[in-house]
Design a protein around this ligand. Structure first.
Ligand code: LLP
Length: 426
């Protein structure tokens, strides 16, 4: 459930008419609903209530910052008690700047540099998820030099097919992530003995936008077996990080498992583990908490197909349709009840800049406003300035108030960071 609804025939974000934001901030613009973010964080936590009760420990919900790194979004979630799952020094600095306590920060990622590992140690973050033997050795060396023991989990690759888009699947043997399960025990033995590391558990994340719990449960069962084996080998296992991945409905008829159903599965899968659990949800918290508001530039008649509705947002602002063929619902801000079938495209000079083909949608004319829904996760954060377009503004709504939470960055400002060198000056 979100807070982007029609009131008297016009779309509102909470209690703010979208038309007002378009008039005052311009389009395209991302709009986030604070109440929706808070609701989703609470629903996810409630879904894990059974897990918390069974294990006697409150799980750490570390929001996957990559899904939406906006400082205001992170602040809302931090106030809801969430930690942060970060995958770069940049994300780490954002989480801290938004007020996430360092001990609630988990550092994931397959290619952390030495400088990033050092930053994590300097900031005394709560956990490093180690993705290779080499990374573990490097982290141990850096921590030992500071007289520290870095709290860490070993990320394993369970070789499970998450049954999602191949570009966002991470848990198959051929994917770059984690330590293959067959090597996990031996790598754990080595890294577990290093001064400088407190290797205390295991992490797993098999993919994103999962619409089925079965692959997750299969992966968790493998983790459970590994935890038992590691304990048998004399290791003390106190922490398990089960990653993120829960999908959201992008279109009618898509019915991902609810956080409550996910929680029931997790409780079953982790029964008897006796560990602190961490989760790294991203999309399920932020996805439906944001829309991309856009204005129709013009409607152009098609050659032998439906008309092209050309909007002022493009693939550089919302990359998911171009990258993954992803579906985003497209609705008029002031629907008349009339419908049309259209190709919805942006102004960028490639055919990939297509949001939807042959889409039945609200009838729209030049100058009218519309939204792409479910754009709160992996939206603004994946923007580029392709075709020398700027970066769109981001707005957060809270009741009848709204604020610009990221300025629009004009194409001119991006150009200002470029130089023509002296050797080209004549
Ligand atoms: N933890 C790790 C280690 C991850 O790699 C990811 C996502 C998450 C947590 C959060 O997953 P979520 O709960 O959001 O599914 N750009 C793509 C999605 C890439 C996801 C990458 N990793 C998209 O737009 O669909």
């Amino acid at each position: 459930m979100d807070h982007f609804e029609l009131k008297d025939g016009e779309l509102f974000a909470e209690d703010v008419p979208m038309r007002r934001i378009a008039d005052e901030v311009g389009t395209p613009v991302y709009i986030y609903s604070r109440a929706t973010l808070e609701r989703h964080a609470r629903v996810f936590r409630e879904g894990l209530q059974g897990v918390a009760e069974a294990s006697g420990r409150e799980p750490l919900i570390a929001f996957a910052v990559k899904a939406n790194p906006n400082l205001a979004v992170l602040r809302v979630l931090s106030r809801e008690g969430c930690g942060a799952d970060v995958v770069s020094g940049g994300e780490l600095m954002r989480a801290l700047a938004a007020g996430v306590p360092p001990e609630k920060i988990v550092f994931s990622g397959v290619g952390k540099t030495r400088a990033e590992l050092q930053l994590g140690l300097d900031k005394q973050i709560g956990q490093f998820n180690i993705e290779s033997r080499e990374e573990g050795r490097e982290l141990a060396e850096l921590a030992a030099a500071m007289g520290l023991e870095a709290p860490a989990c070993l990320r394993i690759n369970p070789d499970v097919d998450a049954k999602t888009h191949e570009k966002i699947s991470t848990g198959k043997a051929e994917n770059k992530f984690g330590i293959p399960l067959v090597h996990a025990r031996e790598v754990f033995d080595e890294l577990g003995s290093l001064e400088g590391l407190n290797l205390r558990g295991v992490a797993v994340h098999i993919g994103s936008q999962l619409l089925d719990l079965e692959p997750l449960e299969t992966a968790f069962a493998k983790v459970g077996k590994l935890v038992g084996d590691l304990r048998d080998r004399g290791h003390t296992i106190t922490h398990v990080d089960l990653g993120g991945g829960l999908g959201v409905p992008y279109k009618d008829g898509e019915t991902p498992p609810s956080p409550a159903e996910y929680g029931v599965m997790v409780a079953r899968a982790t029964s008897g583990w006796d560990v602190h659990l961490t989760f790294e949800p991203g999309r399920v918290i932020a996805g439906n908490a944001g829309v991309l508001l856009t204005r129709v530039v013009r409607v152009k008649r098609g050659g032998n197909g439906p008309p092209f509705v050309i909007v002022d947002a493009a693939m550089n602002d919302l990359a998911r349709p171009a990258l993954y063929g992803a579906w985003h619902d497209f609705d008029a801000v002031a629907p008349t009840g009339e419908r049309m079938t259209a190709n919805i495209v942006g102004p960028i000079c490639e055919t990939g800049d297509t949001f939807a083909r042959d889409r039945e949608c609200d009838a729209l004319q030049a100058g009218e406003l519309a939204v792409f829904r479910t754009a709160g996760a992996y939206g603004a954060t994946m923007a580029s300035s392709y075709n020398s377009r700027g970066f769109v503004a981001e707005v957060m709504v809270s009741g009848s108030d709204y604020a610009i939470v990221a300025d629009r960055i004009a194409a001119a400002a991006i150009m200002d960071a470029e130089r023509v060198p002296d050797f080209l000056s004549d």
